[in-house]
Design a protein around this ligand. Sequence first.
Ligand code: GDP
Ligand code: K
Ligand code: MG
Length: 272
Amino acid sequence: KKKITIALAGNPNVGKTTLFNAITGARQHVGNWPGVTVEKKTGKRTYKDTEIEVVDLPGTYSLTAYSIDEVVARDYVVEEKPDVVVQIVDATNLERNLYLTTQLMELGSRVVIALNMWDLAESRGDEIDTRKMEDFLEIPVVKTVANRAEGIDALLEEVVREADKGEHHEHEVSYGDDIEKKIIELEKIVGKDSALSGKYPVRWLSVKLLDGDENILEKIEGSSVATQVNSVLSTIKKEDYEAAMAEKRYETINTVLPQVCVKCIKGVTFSD
Ligand code: GDP
Ligand code: K
Ligand code: MG
């Protein structure tokens, strides 16, 4: 039998626990993430000839270093490298949910989107073109209604197919000339430290440094390239970069959204 590991990621309240239960049934184990009191749930499911280990990540809006949940989620994705990350997306709240998608893309993860709450999106008349969504994001999208266990087999089918494609998936947000220049500068430096570059995607590290990510800055402090990195970072205004980069991620989403869902764009409750 083949064995793969998948991680479930998603914003809070998107149906992650419900989907986890629908996939794993009673075959669950609850513990804690190492070193922190954040609950860790794992489960197992056999689909056709594949044994799937399912890891439930903490619910997060982002993968920055703002909360322990976010750090746990991203450390797992970056360091343990699950074969596939399934992002559970609330179909009635695409804009906010897709922000996390952009972060998973940047991590180079293989992502499959479970477009959950499909029943609610449909009943309020949203017309989401999942084919277009797949084309734009370069990520498979499967409609699910987790509380009725609908779409689970289709989801697992897609997950197994993606896992077969192998680990790395090149797909990034483009930040525009000025920021990209700084990213390249940092990539050259960070790439020289094999302890860092062997463990983390170099572009991701560079992006996070420009984002002013405390957790990554700490990792750099103890490395052979600390001085060089700090000298690049001293040339920029951190707050400006952080804001500009978040804006670029939303821009990426907002060029996709109006084409993916002509009707639901007005119904997006982004500021709730
Ligand atoms: P989590 O915070 O992401 O773990 O979300 P939960 O799994 O706790 O789900 C939140 C609520 O949404 C629960 O009341 C679920 O029963 C409900 N729910 C989950 N999936 C769906 C779905 O596809 N459609 C509908 N209508 N409700 C859902
Ligand atoms: K919600
Ligand atoms: Mg939950």
